[in-house]
Design a protein around this ligand. Structure first.
Ligand SMILES: Nc1ncnc2c1ncn2[C@@H]1O[C@H](COP(=O)(O)OP(=O)(O)O)[C@@H](O)[C@H]1O
Ligand SMILES: [Mg+2]
Length: 248
């Protein structure tokens, strides 16, 4: 597989969507056109637009339909209201330039206060013959005013999954239950992608937990940054991830 295809999130979505075990956890996604945007907004209300080739929250836009044929566009920490669907689409085209984009159902991520968070799960194997293991999990809480939880872009914060769930609107749910669902879906994702990337040994999943405790796969990164784990005071996960990388 050549380099651009390895980075193609649309292709990865199509691979995962073919797997009936993963499909219920994947938010519906299409390539962005005027028609798909219109259909997705009427189906789901809020949607997320993201570049087919992108990372670290770059260019991720939330679109919200308001009353009286107005739409809100939320990019970085800025919101703008536009009147009319066509004008909104043209504004979005201006923002996305010539980059290919996808449109995805927006997940109502669990929050701490007003800040949404999602969970980065590192899944690794020591060799292509070894089983996949979850080697690290961390909650990424968005910084103030952002819809993306990417730590550096949004100036967000990091904490253990346990702490995030306890501080959030989900504190009434069983921690053990949510954690085991997160691990299961992360492992399934890696196993499923192995069919398409047979020698690959690491994935970084972004998993969203919605306000009912359901788990959604936001994306599967092939080259996850590990700085999240280096930044945690407890370095045990970071050390384990590095060991797995070396194949030890
Ligand atoms: N469908 C979605 N619903 C809610 N939030 C989303 C959705 N897609 C992306 N986000 C938010 O935007 C962030 C960045 O999107 P992501 O798909 O992970 O792309 P990137 O490669 O830029 O990290 C996610 O971590 C999440 O906080
Ligand atoms: Mg991401």
């Amino acid at each position: 597989m050549n380099r651009p295809l390895r980075k193609d999130k649309w292709l990865r979505y199509l691979f995962m969507e073919k797997d009936s075990r993963l499909k219920p956890h994947l938010p519906e996604t299409h390539l962005l056109t005027m028609k798909s945007l219109k259909a997705m907004i009427s189906k789901y209300g809020q949607v997320i637009l993201k570049p087919v080739i992108g990372s670290r929250g770059f260019g991720v836009i939330q679109v919200t339909p308001l009353t009286k044929n107005r739409y809100q566009i939320h990019l970085e920490n800025k919101k703008k209201t536009i009147r009319g669907f066509k004008r909104t689409y043209h504004k979005l085209k201006e923002l996305t330039r010539s980059r290919r984009y996808m449109v995805q159902k927006r997940i109502q991520l669990a929050r701490i206060g007003r800040r949404p968070f999602d969970i980065r799960v590192i899944v690794q194997r020591k060799s292509s013959f070894d089983p996949w293991r979850v080697t690290g999990t961390v909650a990424k809480v968005a910084g103030r005013g952002y819809i993306v939880t990417n730590n550096e872009r949004s100036n967000g914060s990091l904490m253990t999954v346990k702490r995030a769930l306890q501080k959030s609107s989900l504190r009434h749910l069983s921690l053990h239950y949510i954690r085991s669902k997160i691990n299961r879906i992360a492992l399934l994702s890696a196993e499923s992608l192995t069919e398409h990337y047979p020698d690959h040994r690491i994935y970084g999943l972004d998993l969203g937990v919605n306000r009912k405790g359901q788990i959604w796969i936001i994306e599967a990164n092939r080259s996850p940054i590990l700085s999240h784990f280096r930044k945690l005071k407890d370095r045990r996960m970071y050390r384990r991830i590095l060991q797995y990388k070396k194949g030890e």
